[in-house]
Design a protein around this ligand. Sequence first.
Ligand code: NAP
Ligand code: MG
Length: 401
Amino acid sequence: MEKIQMITPLVEMDGDEMTRILWKMIKDELLLPFIDLKTEYYDLGLEYRNETNDQVTIDSAEATKKYGVAVKCATITPNAARMTEYNLKEMWKSPNGTIRAALDGTVFRAPIVVKGIEPCVKNWKKPITLARHAYGDVYKNVEIKVPSAGKAELVFTAEDGTEMRETIHNFAGPGVIQGMHNTDKSITSFARACFNYALDTKQDLWFATKDTISKKYDHDFKDIFQDLYEKEYKEQFEAAGIEYFYTLIDDAVARVMKASGGFIWACKNYDGDVMSDMVSSAFGSLAMMTSVLVSPSGVYEYEAAHGTVQRHYYKYLKGEETSTNSVATIFAWTGALRKRGELDQIPALQEFADKLEKATIATIESGSMTKDLALITSLQNVTVLNSEDFIKAIRKTLEAM
Ligand code: NAP
Ligand code: MG
């Protein structure tokens, strides 16, 4: 069989622990036999990040800007325990944070829906796509642990020296303060990414903040979305038969629980962080969630929504059998390959991506799955496979197709 040829390389960001093991299996079993895979490889594994003083992460983000499409394996975000475990020079920043900051994007997360894995929320019939603003707010904050009584102020100094000043609090004793920001530019590109994605996928768009309490900060988000909608998107939305609507975040949460799905829920950075884990767990499993970072300049970075599955990795290192779900990582690859095929006009690559997704879903629906899914499936007589055999089962289905 002739392998599918590629034109432009994908930016390949390798990662850590169990997902690094799956990464290689996926390439060996599901990609390399079928595609003449072209990638520019960046090793974002923690050891090499440490060796390069994290330069490799910055380089991989730059390469993503250059080529337009990246696929990323889950990576360790170092904490105190990892400092000792990996003998790190520094507590390196989260690679995802670095990449998001470089690409200034919006993260879209959608569940992979299969028969036999029903959402906990029984009225959810269609996927809910969560759009998370990936810049600023509490993720770019500065904080002070206030040691004693005193006055905390918020000061803005314009370039011409004019000052704006607000008292945050007159402290009678110790406490905490936090300053955070966002920019109209980033909020506008977040809004634009959401409107475009809604039009692309023909789904309604919901957006929610707490503008009744945060009368300037959150209100800015609300106004930017509304203005852009009125000016550039209203007619297109009406023509596509889809709706944009704004509500308060607590109201949105209540409505989401009662809805049947099939829409995009746009969230500010923190809301998106929290709500995407809720939505994905309720849809079945973090391992069944796709994630793509879309930048305003039209750059795409695909990844799995879950982490490096550390607990399974330690079992793997001890030579014990693991049953780690590779679906989200496979879908990161298919998303990236499909987008590359679209941009370079290689229909065979797009068809391959579609087929590999279908083969993955068909394998699960036929009753062959990893342990995490076996625990929650409504299918009877399922076969629980180990990490490698699950990938091999998908290959079998794929070859039959
Ligand atoms: P995690 O890797 O997502 O795993 C948490 C638990 O969820 C696992 O122990 C496992 O449960 C289950 N799970 C997650 N993915 C699974 C899969 N594919 N198949 C089967 N079960 C799966 O989160 P974590 O253990 O909190 O974090 C580990 C490391 O990942 C951390 O160093 C963190 O910094 C990093 N992380 C990276 C990213 C990213 O790169 N995007 C995101 C989040 C976390 P059981 O143990 O019960 O089987
Ligand atoms: Mg999170």
